[in-house]
Design a binder for this molecule. Structure first.
Ligand SMILES: NC(=O)c1ccc[n+]([C@@H]2O[C@H](COP(=O)([O-])OP(=O)(O)OC[C@H]3O[C@@H](n4cnc5c(N)ncnc54)[C@H](OP(=O)(O)O)[C@@H]3O)[C@@H](O)[C@H]2O)c1
Length: 250
């Protein structure tokens, strides 16, 4: 069994996943960062971690495929003998204004829900034995402020993230006492491609409504992930990082 704690970060080819992977990689975790198509971006994340003295590897995962989820967890068990942290960060979205109900068809609904909600559950289920076997496992789910108040890229995305918020609480109960399960719900995160895919009025509205006068950065999400996985007494919590949007202050 590896003596270095191991973290699986899904979507490490993306903007926020890369920031989370680098932060964990710089704080002593061996990071396994997944991608679905962007192998070069995942390789850049891995290279950045290794160049600063950490250890990391990239693995391909299409998390809409339940068999692929079981296979990657099995491979981690075989290769490392442990898994200490699972960060369910990967997600898929497409901009469909809420009022255009007819544009949100069943295929888009399924793709969003399978990627953003079913996969985090299947990953947690597959990883449960490894996470429980260590001395304090952690899951951090990355949802969205759109899962708290109705907004963001589409009704499907907002609903998937609301489901992920509640899945966090359910898993915190189901996987206790060995595993802590927490969630970060970002609002608009500046300088990310996902934010650029939001309808303009949604992105501009977030900036204008935030009471701090600014929204979050990828490093804010990464630093909160680190705080969760270093804690021994926080579970079932959803931390909103959005610059203070009144609609998400619950
Ligand atoms: N950016 C924001 O403003 C914002 C706001 C609120 C919440 N969030 C949440 O923060 C998280 C990260 O967002 P981001 O901005 O970093 O997004 P991003 O840059 O678009 O990255 C998305 C990641 O998910 C991966 N992915 C997509 N479909 C997948 C699939 N079927 N199987 C496995 N991986 C898949 C992508 O892989 P490839 O690169 O290989 O395609 C990529 O690594 C997401 O959960 C998102 O919902 C973001």
């Amino acid at each position: 069994m590896s003596t270095t704690p191991v973290a699986l970060v899904t979507g490490a080819s993306g903007d926020i996943g890369a920031a989370i992977a680098k932060t964990l990689g710089n704080h002593g975790w061996h990071v396994i960062g997944t991608y679905v198509g962007a192998a070069d971006a995942a390789a850049a994340t891995v290279a950045a971690i290794i160049n600063t003295g950490g250890s990391a590897e990239a693995m391909q995962l299409d998390q809409r495929d339940p068999a692929a989820i079981d296979a990657i967890i099995e491979a981690i068990g075989a290769n490392h003998g442990r898994l200490d942290v699972l960060v369910n960060n990967a997600a898929w979205n497409i901009g469909i204004p809420f009022r255009r109900l007819e544009d949100l068809d069943a295929d888009i609904w399924d793709r969003v829900l399978e990627t953003n909600l079913r996969a985090p559950f299947l990953l947690a289920r597959a990883a449960a034995d490894l996470l429980k076997a260590g001395d304090g496992g952690h899951i951090v789910n990355i949802s969205s402020a759109g899962g708290i108040s109705p907004g963001s890229s589409s009704i499907a995305y907002s609903s998937s993230k609301a489901g992920l918020n509640h899945l966090t609480r359910c898993l915190a109960v189901a996987m206790s006492p060995e595993v802590a399960v927490n969630c970060i719900a970002p609002g608009l995160v500046e300088n990310t491609r996902m934010a650029q895919r939001l309808p303009d009025n949604v992105a501009q509205g977030a900036r204008q409504t935030a009471v701090l006068g600014r929204v979050g950065q990828a490093d804010d999400i990464a630093n909160q992930t680190l705080t969760f996985v270093q804690s021994t007494s926080i579970t079932g919590q959803i931390m909103v990082i959005d610059g203070g949007m009144p609609g998400a202050m619950r």
